[in-house]
Design a binder for this molecule. Structure first.
Ligand SMILES: Nc1nc2c(ncn2[C@@H]2O[C@H](COP(=O)(O)OP(=O)(O)O)[C@@H](O)[C@H]2O)c(=O)[nH]1
Ligand SMILES: [Mg+2]
Length: 219
């Protein structure tokens, strides 16, 4: 969570979400399914990075989700730290019809050596649930693995959209909310006061703009 202060006001909170996993597991497809189906988002391509920002509101707090797609870095695991720098949410993605992609999740996790893993929300995501007839990774096995490692777990299909809302709008948002509560407790009195002022001004703006909503994702 990056809370940048400027002119005594606390700016919106930004959460950087990144996807990692073998090539072809459906990282790009999952992000596209989430962006295009659930939200009207603004596309902001950046040189060398595919990156998009999505505004959401959680309990009156504006949060911008920054979704980063790999630009082929998954071919070279050693390049991953460049991309995962300052990530707040990491989706570890495998393909349920590809055992190797599941077995490689450990390697992907181990390659994250430049971040404080305790600060990051991890989710293990089994994509291509529509290929159940060709399933190689048992749901129970993956679920158990996720539990042991304290990861959120969700099977999804970027193709049909199954599980996508559950992952992004329920499980991840709940976890962000939990982090707010935990971190709120650690704020100094001064920080807390600033946060309150900022939340009140946001609330006022929201009421003024009630008929002029820019996104459909108020939660
Ligand atoms: N059946 C099925 N195919 C998928 C799904 N998601 C992605 N794909 C296909 O898997 C291939 C790789 O997807 P892509 O998003 O490019 O994978 P990435 O390399 O991890 O970004 C493409 O041919 C996609 O059409 C899914 O949920 N179900
Ligand atoms: Mg891709």
């Amino acid at each position: 969570m990056n809370r940048k202060e400027k002119n005594d006001e606390i700016e919106e909170i930004k959460y950087k979400l990144i996807v990692i996993g073998d090539e072809n597991v459906g990282k790009t497809a999952i992000l596209n399914r989430f962006k295009n189906n659930q939200f009207s988002a603004i596309y902001e391509p950046t040189v060398g990075l595919d990156f998009q920002s999505i505004p959401i509101v959680i309990d009156d707090q504006s949060v911008t989700l920054l979704l980063y797609d790999t630009a082929g870095q998954e071919k070279f695991r050693s390049l991953i730290p460049l991309y995962t720098n300052e990530a707040n949410i990491i989706l570890l993605i495998y393909d349920i019809s590809n055992t190797e992609s599941f077995n490689n999740i450990d390697l992907w996790y181990d390659s994250l050596n430049n971040i404080n893993k305790d600060e990051v929300i991890f989710a293990l995501v089994g994509n291509k649930s529509d290929l159940d007839y060709n399933r190689k990774v048992k749901k129970e096995e993956a679920e158990k693995y996720a539990k042991e490692h304290n990861y959120i777990f969700q099977e999804v299909s970027a193709l049909t959209g199954e599980g996508i809302q559950e992952l992004f709008l329920n499980k991840l948002i709940d976890q962000i909310r939990t982090q707010f509560i935990q971190r709120g407790k650690n704020l100094t009195d001064q920080e807390e006061e600033k946060l309150k002022i900022n939340l009140n001004s946001q609330k006022k703006k929201k009421e003024e703009n009630k008929d002029n909503k820019c996104c459909r994702c108020s939660i």
